[in-house]
Design a protein around this ligand. Structure first.
Ligand code: NAD
Length: 263
C-alpha cells in the first residue's frame, strides 16, 4: 500500500520501539519521514537502512527550541508538514503517588505531556497550510488508570483530554488529531518496565492475559493502525482516542485458562 505517497511526517521517538515501526511503515507507504529523537545512533542507523526518504534530527521533545528546529528541518527540504506523530514518551517510575518525587513528576510531565503541547502548538501553522494531521501515541493507562502509575496515567489521560479540545478547535480548518491507546507492546520500554516489577518472572504471562486476544503485540501492529489514521482513508476521523489494545479494556477477567478453550 502507498497511502502516504507525497506526505511528509515528523515522528518523535522514531529511533526505537513503536516510533521506529511507524517510521518503517510510513516510509513503506511512500512518506518522507524525519525522525526526531534523543537517540542519534539508533536514528541514523535507521536512516542508513531506509534510504533518502528518511532523515534524522536530534530532538528532545520537552524543549521548544529543539522542536522548532525539527519542524524547520522538515520544511526546508520538503516544503510542507503533513503529519506529526507525538510518540516519544517514558513510563518510569512505576510508583504510587507518595513514592514519586517532584523531579520524577516534572520529567514525566515534560517528556509525555509538554511535548504534545509543544508539538501541536509549533506544528499548527504548517498543518493548517497542508490540511495535515497529528497522531499521539497515548496509552490505555490514561483511560482506565493503572496500579502504581499515577503520574504516567495522568500524562496520558491529559493527552486524551487535550485531543478532544484540539479536534474541536482545529476541525473547521480541516486539521485532524487522534490518539492510539495500546496496553502493552514489546519494546525496550516494556522490557525495562518488566525489570522493576515485583515479580518479573510472571509478567510475560500477565501481559498475555491482560489482552483479551491473549497476546502482547509487536510494534508493527500499532504502526499499521497509525498509518491508517494518518492517511486519507481516515479523513473523517478526528478527536478519536482509539484502543489498539487486543481488547485490553474489555472488563474483568479471571486469571486462568479460558473455560471454553480446550487445552
Ligand atoms: N511499549 C508499551 O507497552 C507501551 C504501551 C502504551 C503506550 N506506550 C507509549 O508508546 C510510546 C513509545 O513507547 P515505546 O514503548 O516505543 O518506547 P521505546 O523506549 O521503545 O522508544 C521510545 C523512543 O523515544 C525516545 N525518547 C525518549 N525520550 C525522548 C525525548 N525526551 N525526546 C525525544 N525522544 C525521546 C527514545 O530514545 C526511544 O527512541 C510512548 O509514548 C509510550 O508511553 C507504550
Amino acid at each position: 500500500m502507498s497511502r502516504l505517497r507525497n506526505k511528509t511526517a515528523l515522528v518523535t521517538g522514531g529511533s526505537a520501539g513503536i516510533g521506529e515501526a511507524i517510521v518503517r511503515r510510513f516510509a513503506a507507504e511512500g512518506a518522507q519521514v524525519l525522525i526526531g529523537d534523543i537517540d542519534q545512533t539508533g536514528g541514523e542507523c535507521l536512516c542508513r537502512e531506509l534510504g533518502s526518504a528518511v532523515a534524522f534530527q536530534r530532538l528532545d521533545v520537552s524543549a521548544a527550541a529543539a522542536f522548532e528546529r525539527a519542524i524547520q528541518r522538515v520544511m526546508e527540504p520538503w516544503d510542507k508538514l503533513d503529519i506529526l506523530v507525538n510518540n516519544a514518551g517514558i513510563v518510569l517510575p512505576a510508583e504510587t503517588v507518595q513514592d514519586t518525587t517532584e523531579e520524577e513528576f516534572d520529567r514525566l510531565m515534560n517528556v509525555n505531556l509538554r511535548s504534545v503541547f509543544l508539538g501541536c502548538k509549533l506544528a499548527y501553522p504548517h498543518l493548517r497550510a497542508s490540511g495535515g494531521c497529528v497522531l499521539n501515541i497515548s496509552s490505555m493507562a490514561g483511560v482506565t488508570g493503572q496500579e502504581r502509575h499515577a503520574v504516567y496515567a495522568a500524562t496520558k489521560g491529559s493527552i486524551n483530554a487535550m485531543i478532544k479540545c484540539i479536534a474541536s478547535d482545529w476541525g473547521p480548518e480541516g486539521i485532524r488529531i487522534n490518539a492510539l491507546c495500546p496496553v502493552g507492546v514489546w519494546t525496550q520500554t516494556l522490557r525495562d518496565w518488566i525489570q522493576v516489577q515485583p515479580d518479573s518472572s510472571k509478567i510475560e504471562d500477565y501481559l498475555k492475559h491482560i489482552h483479551a486476544l491473549r497476546y502482547c503485540p509487536e510494534p508493527e501492529e500499532i504502526a499499521s493502525v497509525a498509518a491508517f489514521l494518518c492517511s486519507d482513508d481516515a479523513k473523517l476521523v478526528t478527536g478519536c482516542i482509539l484502543p489498539v489494545s487486543g481488547g485490553g479494556e474489555c472488563g474483568y477477567r479471571y486469571h486462568g485458562p479460558p473455560s471454553h478453550v480446550a487445552s
